[in-house]
Design a protein around this ligand. Structure first.
Ligand code: ZN
Length: 436
């Protein structure tokens, strides 16, 4: 530096006077700057501190000051949602004002999420001098809603972690009942109910299962850093009921279709009672629960505990909801000009005449009212006024995928079904080498 300065001084003499003056001024400035303290230490010397507005932009560039700031940053405090809690109560516990909560609820995502807090959820709040600086609210294993205070108020964002998805497979042959077979195969209660719901338009799980029926299911489980967090969807499933094979595959639209692209969801459920309420899934020597032989029996009987929910088999309108000494409490539903379903001996009726009902909606509870010896649901299915067996009657065809959508579905379902078939063949081969 010094050598450069000396060289410059020598060169100066050879330069025109105006240039010399300019160079001298520059040199003088350089010397002055070296002598003065750096801008950093300059800012640090100010006491008392500059007004907040001036100081904030400065501290961003000053390592010494910002370090001090982060040490002073308020810690995150955890608040657990208690029974009967609301955000208003939780904010009160945290010493925050209703106005602050009101501001947060103006944010689109927070507005919804904060209304739906559930007991045992944990929210993290960052509070300084009674002011909320930040809020973290985990929505699921992967998603956290993050609210931060900024100059212009509060802002929100959803932090999303990427979950790993693993495929799981289970299959079993039913020997005594579906539930036990499914549990033994490693299915959770959720997956079991989902599986039954998938095939509930084709198979009466309460009455039509038989020993030797078989199922196979391929589903997803989600993991975060190797830890299981939650269950994904069923991807594909197969159910063999009394020799008949049913398949369901999940499509991109979130609905399930059979292997030919026909919707699993149909106009009627096969059974108006969920199978898990039925004491025995199958009993070839089922005794008839109705007394006497006053009139021919023309329906299906479901024996289950009093109070079991009874579902509308399809969308329709309630044409009767009443009581008489034979039927007890009964509900009749008209589904179109062709179909009527009847539900007898109810303990409670939960719908009124003229009311529209949706498939699967609870219309009453199972009871023992009217002429019966034991609690059961007597269910009738009428086609053009004629009683038909609800378990075997031909029902309206469901929607089918078509065109490009069907091609996409078939292409996507092929590897899933192949996987099930492959696993089945391995299992069969194993059973042949090690017969049970
Ligand atoms: Zn009956």
């Amino acid at each position: 530096m010094l050598e450069t300065l000396l060289a410059s001084t020598n060169q100066l003499r050879q330069l025109p006077i105006r240039h010399r003056i300019a160079m001298m001024v520059t040199l003088a400035l350089m010397v002055l700057m070296m002598a003065l303290p750096s801008p950093n230490s300059l800012a640090a010397q100010f006491t008392p501190p500059l007004p907040v507005k001036l100081r904030l932009p400065l501290t961003v560039n000053l390592p010494s000051l910002s370090e001090t700031d982060s040490e002073q940053q308020a810690p995150w405090q955890q608040f657990t949602v208690e029974n009967g809690d609301s955000m208003a109560l939780l904010f009160k516990r945290a010493g925050l004002s209703p106005q602050t909560l009101h501001q947060l609820t103006q944010l689109p995502q927070a507005g919804k999420a904060l209304k739906n807090i559930k007991p045992k959820q944990v929210l993290e709040l960052q509070i300084e001098d009674g002011q909320l600086l930040g809020l973290r609210y985990p929505q699921s294993a992967s998603d956290t809603l993050v609210i931060s205070r900024s100059d212009s108020g509060f802002s929100e964002q959803l932090e999303q972690l990427t979950l790993q998805t693993r495929q799981h497979y289970a299959s079993a042959t039913i020997t005594s009942n579906f539930w036990n077979a499914a549990v033994d195969a490693g299915l959770t209660a959720n997956t079991i109910m989902e599986l039954a719901a998938l095939f509930g338009w084709d198979i009466d799980f309460a009455l039509d299962l038989r020993a030797g029926d078989h199922f196979a299911v391929l589903w997803q489980e989600h993991y975060l850093d190797g830890q299981h967090v939650d269950q994904g969807h069923i991807l594909a499933a197969e159910f063999v009921n009394q020799g008949e094979v049913f398949r369901a595959i999940r499509h991109q639209d979130g609905n399930y279709y059979g292997d030919q692209g026909r919707a699993m969801k149909k106009a009627f459920l096969r059974a108006p009672v969920q199978f898990n309420y039925i004491s025995s899934n199958f009993n070839p020597r089922r005794l008839h629960p109705v007394t006497g032989r006053v009139r021919p029996h023309n329906g299906a009987d479901y024996v289950a505990p009093v109070g079991t929910p009874i579902m509308a088999a399809g969308d329709g309108t309630v044409v009767s909801s009443s009581y008489n000494q034979y039927n007890g409490n009964y509900v009749f539903i008209k589904h179109s000009n062709t179909y009527v379903t009847k539900y007898l001996h109810l303990k409670k009726r939960l719908v009124n005449k003229g009311q529209r009902v949706k498939q699967g909606q609870t219309i009453g509870t199972l009871g023992a009212t009217g002429r019966v010896t034991g609690a059961h649901l007597h269910y009738e299915f009428l086609v053009n006024g004629v009683h038909r067996n609800p378990r075997t009657v031909k029902l309206p065809q469901s929607r089918s995928l078509s065109g490009q959508e069907k091609q996409t579905f078939l292409a996507n379902s092929k590897p899933l079904l192949a996987q099930i078939a492959h696993r089945q063949s391995i299992l069969l081969a194993r059973q042949e080498t090690n017969p049970l």
